[in-house]
Write a protein that binds this ligand. Structure first.
Ligand code: AP5
Ligand code: MG
Length: 217
């Protein structure tokens, strides 16, 4: 089993690209944001603790997130594509220790780079399918659904994430800027670390990432 990692700021396209990649390659998409949002909507103990933290654009504590991830990895048989994890140096180190004790390899670590100036509009204009089994991602301008507020794929209604306001976005960027460099430094210099320009169309980004996985096959 191999674990691949997508890194990058809020709105850089991690979820969009991950959904395209799992449609093409045998990968399980593990988004800690999606796992936490599911916990919030189910009202689990973790969800109840995480709800206000996430809505305010702050990070959920490392031990909680690591615990959720390791539990999922123990059940996994397919290669995994992480989206939004790890997020701090502590998470990267804890993941590294967990993977080596389990004999799991780290594959690509892909840093999707997008200038901060374009991210806010991406996040504020995002709409997502309310059916968590679908979770399709739209954008009011860049990728509108065919029928307003209805998911093209499953017909469910679309929703606006609680943390997709301008205010929460600013706080998410503060968190990102405080944690990203030390975490990325843990991976930088590794043979499978890749920087990708995410300020292109989603299809262009997908083609670049697909190439990595094809060459590796
Ligand atoms: P999470 O859900 O991971 O949010 P995020 O990292 O802020 O990333 P986003 O989901 O906002 O963006 P994305 O990169 O997936 O972009 P997308 O493809 O949707 O985390 C949410 C919260 O959960 C955190 O704030 C924290 O509280 C908690 N959390 C999660 N993980 C944690 C962890 N490890 N530790 C602690 N706390 C954690 O695209 C965005 C929009 O842009 C869409 O509308 C899309 O259509 C559009 N778009 C995508 N690509 C393009 C493109 N190339 N061109 C134009 N538009 C595009
Ligand atoms: Mg996402």
């Amino acid at each position: 089993m191999i674990v691949h990692i997508l890194l990058g700021p809020p709105g850089c396209g991690k979820g969009t690209t991950a959904k395209q990649l799992v449609g093409e390659f045998a990968l399980t998409h593990l988004s800690t944001g999606d796992i936490l949002r599911d916990a919030v909507s189910k009202g689990t103990e973790i969800g109840l603790r995480a709800k206000a933290i996430m809505a305010a654009g702050k990070l959920v504590d490392d031990d909680t997130v690591n615990g959720l991830v390791f539990a999922r990895l123990r059940d996994e048989t397919q290669d995994v594509l992480f989206d939004g994890y790890p997020r701090t140096l502590q998470q990267a180190e804890a993941l590294g220790t967990f993977l080596s004790t389990q004999g799991i390899e780290t594959g690509f670590v892909i840093n999707i780079e997008v200038p901060e100036s374009v991210l806010e509009a991406r996040v504020v204009g995002r709409r997502v399918c309310s059916n968590s089994d679908c979770g399709a991602i739209y954008h009011l301008q860049n990728k509108p659904p065919k029928v307003a507020n209805v998911c093209d794929k499953c017909g469910s209604s679309l929703k606006h994430r609680a943390d997709d306001s301008s205010e929460a976005f600013k706080s998410r960027m503060v968190e990102f800027n405080a944690t990203f460099q030390p975490m990325a430094a843990y991976y930088r210099g590794g043979k499978q670390y890749r920087r990708v320009d995410g300020n292109r169309t989603p299809d262009q980004v997908f083609v670049t990432l697909s190439q990595f996985f094809k060459e590796n096959a």
